[in-house]
Design a protein around this ligand. Structure first.
Ligand code: SF4
Length: 362
């Protein structure tokens, strides 16, 4: 699988700690130069992708900020450098303000992208303004309708919960979406939101309210036919994100663009951020996973999914200690045991990261 990072946004959202660079509309467009560098990286690293490519993912940043002709150049270079004949799913992340009817038709016409992930986040205009999003609720609803009209039936939307107020998610026509990613708002230390909270300008819900919003979200989505398969992901049957599911299965992937990570089954490599002057990046560092690291990654990813952890996936050397430590989570019903599988309950999913960390082996 291939991940392509597009590190540009129209402006910076207050909560965002991703690697992205705001692009002023008045300035010189950086896209052509960026796409040149991305294509060069593809040519240099194409030999690293030894496994069949079944998914491609354009993430960001805001991939939909790219003009169609630049996206088309990337798609053409992908076809030149890689065998895409087995690709089942190609996702592009987009923001509502970019997804006009013309843009969506052009995107569909390129032939590779067959899944969209739209960053809606909230359907309340005050809330959207508060977190620095540039779109309105009306634009978000229109983007979903336009995407459907352009035959993007594999359509995901992103929601954020844990905002201070009602995000009015129920105003979405859920029949048009097949997948929802719903994330709890986290306050990352270097963001504008962190400063606003520190200065008392924004008050976020407490832990109890956050938990209530999590359950409300799960109920809303299930009542609309979308079932939880991971802490933050809900889908109709047959529409689970294949790309993300493969990360959790530890399938090897190639990450292209600044700050992108790659994994070959044993070794992780990561690219540097984009240099300020010449806009370039390079493979910055790598680490080879030990058997214990690989086991801990398995615990971390599988306990976040409703599929859970199969005991025989745990290497034999660590199995007895994981089974022993798991006992306390069975007793408090954060985990249920079914045959040889440990599955987190809905409550357990809320605490999946802490649980996995407590089970780590060394
Ligand atoms: S659009 Fe996404 S990547 Fe860009 S600043 Fe906002 S949250 Fe960050």
């Amino acid at each position: 699988m291939i991940y392509i990072h597009i590190p540009f946004c129209h402006s910076k959202c207050t909560y965002c700690a991703f690697h992205s660079r705001p692009v002023s509309r008045a300035g010189v467009s950086p896209y052509a130069q960026y796409v040149d560098a991305l294509i060069e990286e593809m040519r240099q690293r194409k030999g690293e992708q030894a496994h069949p490519i079944r998914t491609v993912y354009f993430g960001g940043g805001t991939p939909s900020i790219l003009p169609l002709n630049e996206l088309e150049r990337i798609v053409r270079a992908l076809h030149e450098c890689f065998d895409l004949s087995q690709v089942e799913e190609c996702t592009l992340e987009g923001n509502p303000e970019d997804l006009t009817a013309d843009y969506l038709r052009g995107l569909r016409g390129m032939g590779l992208v067959n899944r969209l992930s739209i960053g809606i986040q909230s359907l309340d205009d005050d809330m959207l303004r508060l977190i620095g999003r540039r779109h309105t609720a009306a634009q978000a609803l229109a983007a979903v309708e336009e995407a459907h009209r352009a035959a993007f039936h594999n359509l995901s939307v992103d929601f954020i919960y844990g905002l201070p107020g009602n995000s009015r998610f129920s105003s979405l026509d859920f029949r048009l979406v097949s997948h929802v990613s719903s994330y709890a708002l986290t306050v990352e230390p270097t963001t504008a939101l962190a400063r606003q909270v520190e200065q008392g300008r924004v008050a976020l819900p407490d832990e109890d309210e956050l938990v209530r919003q999590y359950y409300d979200m799960c109920n809303l989505l299930e009542n609309n036919g979308l079932f939880q398969y991971e802490v933050s992901n809900f889908a109709r049957p047959g529409f689970l994100s294949r790309h993300n599911s493969r990360y959790w299965d530890r399938t090897p992937y190639l990450g292209l663009g600044p700050s992108a990570h790659s994994f070959d089954g044993y070794r992780r490599r990561w690219n540097s951020a984009m240099a300020a002057g010449n806009g370039t990046w390079r493979v910055e560092d790598e680490e080879t996973l030990t058997a214990a690291d690989a086991c801990n990654e398995l615990l971390m990813t599988s306990l976040r999914t409703t599929a859970g952890l199969h005991v025989n996936q745990v290497p034999e050397a660590y199995r007895s200690q994981v089974v022993r430590k798991m006992q306390r989570y069975l007793e408090c019903r954060w985990i249920v045991a079914e045959e040889d599988c440990y599955r987190p309950t809905r409550e357990g999913l809320l605490y999946a990261d802490g649980m996995a960390a407590a089970l780590f082996v060394s």
